[in-house]
Structure formats: structure tokens, C-alpha cells
Design a protein around this ligand. Structure first.
Ligand SMILES: Cc1cc2nc3c(=O)[nH]c(=O)nc-3n(C[C@H](O)[C@H](O)[C@H](O)COP(=O)(O)OP(=O)(O)OC[C@H]3O[C@@H](n4cnc5c(N)ncnc54)[C@H](O)[C@@H]3O)c2cc1C
Length: 384
């Protein structure tokens, strides 16, 4: 017997991407629900820094969430270099004709601002539950929800899965980078000047992002070194950071406690009928160049647009889902290629490659079309 759907769209996961989709569907008239396993405080306690692109700012403004954020720290210039090799490039917001190339927030702040708008004016039911599994039929999909009162089922014309990839509802292509990221807040003797530093080292890229008065650090390296960096005393950690990063930002003076994140590439290939993946469930990327969440926000925005373009009866049909995939193909593919190529090209110590990378970095600064391609990727992604 066919399931009578309870909802038109059931969003699995209330991280930034799931929340953005719920907000982008406001006023559509569709019956929507969002299911999230973690308490809001737990979601908002995530310490990872997020560089939001200018394009993401525009999406968040339309959703009403930008206005809720504490002033985000603007990135006015990006400085890219490689450890132990020549060649560097600087990208400036004036070259892009923008007030800032991007903005730094922390994940918790961003999730909190989206949740505040959701609580105030989303016309979407919030379900506190973990999704234990899903089943799909031709006309609807069902999710098994683990609630405090036991297991219940919810059916929908479309399950929009924004769970960060935990349920693995789609076949995926994966690559283990053999790297993990250590995050921390760090300070130097003087206030940051709006410059984001991306420094490539053989063990992985290290990003120092301007954040409030100081910096947010995303240091990728081998999983073993990442674990030991988290255990070092503050003084020993700062000494090691100074060694690896150099003195470009001045002497490091203070560091917060650190957090460690495993890294991998995971790209969803196809989903079951009546389901669609978005955000990290669709593509989990290396954090180099800060692409993942920016892509996820565009996924949410474009999916809402595709759904709004059709009638209720078309929600989740193969035709509609194909149309969404076609809309997202170029941008998603570009984000995966861009980050994967950067990591693979730079995370090694092969002398001829180091030399070629130096030439590439020098050329990037000197050849305007190459520079403009990177600026565009960093600020708006790629339009399909
Ligand atoms: C160190 C680091 C730095 C990064 N920096 C940047 C950056 O600068 N810029 C950028 O754009 N991206 C960055 N990223 C990537 C970014 O964090 C992710 O792309 C983003 O968090 C994806 O959001 P999401 O909502 O898809 O998934 P998530 O943030 O993973 O949220 C998923 C949500 O689903 C919920 N959930 C999971 N399973 C279930 C279930 N079974 N039932 C119910 N709920 C469930 C979870 O509790 C969670 O709240 C970084 C990542 C890392 C690790």
C-alpha cells in the first residue's frame, strides 16, 4: 500500500544547510518539517571557523540570517604561499570590486543565527529526533525517527537529506587525504588587518583567517601530528605554529584550546528515489579554500528554487530531481575539482612540483584571467 505522505518536504539535519533550506521554503505553501538529532546548544557549540563567501552573504541576507549574525569579520585580502618554496600571490577585494572577499564567522554563530530566524518565523515543523533509517517508494519516502517517546515514522514526497553524510543515503565516491584539521583561535601582538593567509606545507595547508581582533586557525596535517598538536601546552603549540607558519603575521602570543576534525573527500553519486542530498551529505570537501558550506548554502537555495518553480504534485518526482541535479552539476563539480586539485598538488615535498607550484603562484598574480577565475570561485562559486 502506498504511503500517504505527512509532509511535502522532510529535511533531515538541522545544521546550517538544513536550516537554510527550511528558511528558503518559507511562504511556499508546502508542508515542511525539519528533523534534528542534536539539541540546539550542541549544534551551536561547534568551534570550527567558517569563511563565508560574498555570495553566501547575499543568500543569508535574503534568508534574514545575516542580520542576526554578530558582525562577521571581513577578509579584505588573501595571501597564498608555500612553505620551503618560492612564489606567492595576493588577491585583493578591490580586484574583485567587492567590499570584502569573504567573512569569517564560527559555525556555532552561523547555526545560531539561522536557528533564531527559524524559531521566529519559519513555517516548518521542528522534530527533535534522530533518523535511524529511511525507506523509499515510488510516490513517497519514509524516515524512522528515534524520539524520546520511542520510534515513529514520517513520510514525505521528498526527503531532503542535509545530515552531513552520516546516514549515507547515496552511493559515494571517497578519498582519504590522510589529513586532519586542528582549529584554534590565536592572537599576535597586534590586531589583524583583514588578511587571510593560506600557507601550503607538505603535510597539508594551514589557514590563518582574520577573526574578531585576532585569527582563527585551520591547520591541516597528518592525523598523528594533529592529535599531538591538540595535546601540546599553549606555549609549545605556539612555538610549533611559529615554526611552520613563519613570522608574516607577527609573533604568536596566545592560543585557545584546540579541536580536531578528520578530513576526507566524499561525493554522492546518486540518491534513492524521493531523496536528495545537499550540503556535506552531497559533497564533503577538504576545508582548503573554504568551499564546503558555501556550496551547501547554494545547494539549499537552488533546491528551494527548483521546488518553488513546480506544483506540489511535482515535488520529488524524478524529473524535478534531475532538473535540480542539472542546475547544480557545474558548481558542485567545480568545488570538488578545485579543492581536490589544491590538496593533491600542494600536499607533497617533490622538488620539481614545488618549483612548478612556485611558477603557478607567480603566474596567478600576474595573469588577470587566472586570477579572476580564482576570485570568482572564492566569491560566488560557478554558475551552471
Ligand atoms: C575544520 C573545518 C573548517 C571548515 N571551514 C570551512 C570554511 O571556511 N568555509 C566553508 O564553506 N566550509 C568550511 N568547512 C565545511 C563546513 O563545515 C561544512 O561544509 C558544513 O558544516 C556542512 O553543513 P551541513 O549542514 O551540510 O552539515 P553539518 O554541519 O554536518 O550538519 C548536519 C546536521 O545533521 C544532524 N544529523 C546528522 N545525522 C542525523 C540523523 N540521523 N538524524 C537527525 N539529524 C542528524 C547533525 O546533528 C547536524 O546538526 C569546514 C569544515 C571543517 C571540518
Amino acid at each position: 500500500m502506498a504511503t500517504q505522505p505527512d509532509y511535502d518536504v522532510l529535511i533531515v539535519g538541522g545544521g546550517p544547510v538544513g536550516l537554510a533550506l527550511a528558511l528558503a521554503l518559507r511562504g511556499s505553501g508546502f508542508a515542511t518539517a525539519l528533523v534534528e538529532a542534536r539539541a540546539p546548544q550542541a549544534v551551536q557549540a561547534d568551534p570550527r571557523p567558517i569563511a563565508l563567501s560574498h555570495g553566501s552573504r547575499l543568500i543569508l541576507e535574503r534568508l534574514g540570517a545575516w542580520q542576526e549574525l554578530a558582525p562577521a569579520t571581513p577578509i579584505r585580502r588573501i595571501h597564498v604561499s608555500q612553505r620551503g618554496g618560492f612564489g606567492r600571490v595576493e588577491l585583493d577585494c578591490a580586484q574583485a570590486g567587492l567590499p570584502a572577499l569573504g567573512y569569517v564567522v564560527d559555525y556555532g554563530q552561523l547555526a545560531g543565527s539561522l536557528a533564531a530566524v527559524f524559531d521566529r518565523d519559519a513555517d516548518c515543523v521542528r522534530l527533535s529526533a534522530g533518523v535511524a533509517g529511511i525507506e523509499t517508494e515510488a510516490l513517497a519516502a519514509r524516515a524512522q525517527l528515534e524520539t524520546v517517546d520511542g520510534r515513529v515514522e514520517a513520510g514525505a514526497r521528498l526527503l531532503a537529506v542535509a545530515d552531513g553524510g552520516t546516514l549515507q543515503v547515496a552511493a559515494t565516491r571517497a578519498r582519504d587525504y590522510g589529513q586532519a584539521a586542528v582549529t584554534a583561535r590565536v592572537t599576535t601582538g597586534s590586531p589583524q588587518q583583514g588578511i587571510a593567509y593560506e600557507r601550503f606545507t607538505p603535510a597539508g595547508p594551514l589557514a590563518l583567517l582574520p577573526f574578531e581582533e585576532g585569527y582563527a586557525l585551520v591547520w591541516t596535517t597528518t592525523p598523528e601530528e594533529a592529535r599531538s598538536l591538540c595535546d601540546l601546552s599553549e606555549a609549545a603549540f605556539l612555538e610549533r605554529l611559529q615554526q611552520v607558519f613563519g613570522h608574516r603575521a607577527g609573533p604568536f602570543k596566545g592560543a585557545s584550546t584546540r579541536a580536531c576534525f578528520p578530513l576526507a573527500l566524499r561525493v554522492a553519486q546518486r540518491s534513492a528515489p524521493r531523496t536528495i542530498t545537499l550540503g556535506n551529505a552531497a559533497q564533503m570537501l577538504h576545508p582548503v579554500a573554504g568551499q564546503g558550506l558555501n556550496l551547501g548554502l547554494r545547494d539549499a537555495w537552488e533546491l528551494a528554487g527548483t521546488l518553488r518553480d513546480g506544483e506540489r504534485g511535482e515535488i520529488g518526482t524524478p524529473r524535478q530531481l534531475q532538473s535540480y541535479h542539472a542546475r547544480r552539476r557545474v558548481d558542485r563539480g567545480g568545488g570538488v575539482w578545485f579543492t581536490d586539485t589544491l590538496v593533491r598538488l600542494f600536499s607533497n615535498d617533490v622538488a620539481p612540483l614545488r618549483f612548478a607550484r612556485g611558477l603557478g603562484l607567480a603566474a596567478l598574480g600576474a595573469v588577470p584571467p587566472a586570477r579572476d577565475f580564482v576570485l570568482r570561485r572564492m566569491t560566488f562559486g560557478t554558475r551552471g
